[in-house]
Design a protein around this ligand. Sequence first.
Ligand SMILES: NC(=O)c1ccc[n+]([C@@H]2O[C@H](COP(=O)([O-])OP(=O)(O)OC[C@H]3O[C@@H](n4cnc5c(N)ncnc54)[C@H](OP(=O)(O)O)[C@@H]3O)[C@@H](O)[C@H]2O)c1
Length: 258
Amino acid sequence: MTTALVTGATAGIGHAFARRLAADGHDLVLVARDQERLEATAEELHIGYGVQVQVLVADLVDDDGCRHVEERLSDASRPVDLLVNNAGFSVNRGFVRGDIDAEERMMRVLVRAVLRLSRAAVPGMVDRGHGAVVNVSSVASFLPQSTYSAAKAWVTSFSQGLSTDLAGTGVRVLALCPGFTRTEFHDRAGLNMKGIPGFLWLDADDVVAQGLAALRRNAVVSVPGLQYKAVVAVARHLPLRGLGLVSSRFRGVRRGMR
Ligand SMILES: NC(=O)c1ccc[n+]([C@@H]2O[C@H](COP(=O)([O-])OP(=O)(O)OC[C@H]3O[C@@H](n4cnc5c(N)ncnc54)[C@H](OP(=O)(O)O)[C@@H]3O)[C@@H](O)[C@H]2O)c1
């Protein structure tokens, strides 16, 4: 029996990860801020799949919240075999007039928590000779648009670099880069997504299935969905100026791409 720790496990992609991992027989450690929702999720998964589920109430914006999860990850007596750095949110304001404190809180969850939780988890995995880290990044990491996309670019690049560092150790790292996925994310950010065509929407269970399949075949970056594979292939070959022009043509889409 292996154990997986999933941050942001009460909703959306994180909840889909927790459900799929429980169905596959993994014990779980679930992290989020809302204790009631965490406990309801733990009960659902324990009763539904017979796995052991621990909950950790932690706000990953806070030093203390982050440290609480780090301590669990580095506890050698209760090894965590798979870390899913998934928790995240977006700030729906432009940088110039927006709230800089809100931007910083977003960076603390999207970047700092991923950095610190990975550092807490990976040494034990290396000692044991196996383990994996899945960092939920975004298609936005390939489209320079905002602080959010810059943070996700860091997540993708960090995952690629860490994967190289860990070659030969038995520890794998994956950057999972979804496009628009039906979750609570856009409502929480107050984003109006009415203009986004149906073919651009992904299902969280499909995103997770494709991510875990990519991890099994030792991929380092996974972009679920053919439509987004095409977007990323084009974006990777455009010079920055061309990318800006393309982005401005799809401003409605771009504003929502989180
Ligand atoms: N949905 C998309 O279109 C999309 C596309 C690309 C990438 N992503 C990425 O996918 C990841 C998951 O997003 P989602 O769409 O599943 O969002 P979601 O449905 O809003 O779920 C977010 C989860 O993160 C937790 N969370 C939020 N802030 C937190 C904090 N400060 N500390 C601890 N937990 C926190 C939430 O629980 P609590 O509120 O209880 O803390 C919740 O469980 C994010 O990293 C996001 O950037 C999403």
